[in-house]
Ligand binder design. Sequence first.
Ligand code: NAD
Length: 353
Amino acid sequence: MPNVLVLPGDGIGLEITPEAVKVLQAVLKGHSTTLNFEYGLIGGAGIDEAGKALPDETLAAAQAADAILLGSVGGPKWDTLPAPQRPELGGLLALRKALGLFANIRPVKMLPMLVEASTLRTEVVKNVDLVVLRELTGGLYFGEKGRGTNPNSAFDTLVYTEEEIRRIVDLGFQMAAKRRGRLCSVDKANVLESSRFWREITLDIAKNYPEVELTHMYVDNAAMQLVRWPEQFDVIVTENMFGDILTDLASMLMGSIGMISSASLNGGKGLYEPAHGSAPDIAGKNIANPLATILSGALMLRYSFGLEHEAQMIEKAVERVLQEGYRTPDLAKSGDKVLGTREMGDAVVEALK
Ligand code: NAD
């Protein structure tokens, strides 16, 4: 029986992961594949209960697990710790790095019943169907960082090796070839040397994919184009920090960051988590949207266990619940039936039946 390590983390992570587990159990009820769920500590919870953001037992369990379901980490309680000890850098980023999870896939597909939830006009967002492929274990977040020799300075470094660029961009071409055949590589090659290198390698890889139309876009323009005419994008491939920022922006095309799921892969193992953070402002109130985490569970079935049919069952159940007018507060307008976090999980389970 495959083992799934569940790492709820902090804040709303504690509320949304049980809903995803509930849905995974429901969709696999009576199925020949059943999942065994184990639990571990990460982030602030790891610091408080085991003395560090990525406790050794969590890392060992993650290395042994077949897949990982993560909530979110961080919160004001731990913000004053030095960066390497904090929940984000010492917990989540350390775990991604240790497992070599270099490819972060974030689908952004407009669901017809959510068009009205977007802050952008219907005609701008109604046909959005794109994937952001974000490099996850290199770039600015992982380069050398520190305080300068001058006490009034600090630095971070953006470094990419050829191998790191090749593996993510190649995956981008493969994904584009299976979708609508368009890959947009986002960089800042007018200013950054690492981006010029990224572009050079991307052009070289393009020779292997003549069927894919490759474009390059500067990240500042990409941010503008995502709001101006998001339909133009099929697959976007980009470095770590650019991808982090662009996916938050892209999430609002769908009305809420609470809708964006993600898969972080290294070929073998996968870690599945919502794109949002621990939302301390709404934690503990049973109002967080669990759908991004539930949809991340669907990605787990698809990418880690090859259960495409069951993944689609979850996706369709989510659509049905939304179609019936149920919304968590982040998506609700007047006239919608507002549900809490647990009740939204129950509604998805019900729709699976
Ligand atoms: P955030 O994503 O936690 O919250 C941003 C806004 O979106 C908040 O108003 C929040 O209430 C709302 N929101 C987020 N998820 C939601 C959901 N599921 N349903 C409804 N509303 C939702 O980002 P932030 O406020 O910048 O960061 C809060 C903490 O989370 C920080 O400690 C940050 O470092 C951490 N963080 C963690 C991750 C992660 O674990 N992957 C990602 C981003 C931020």
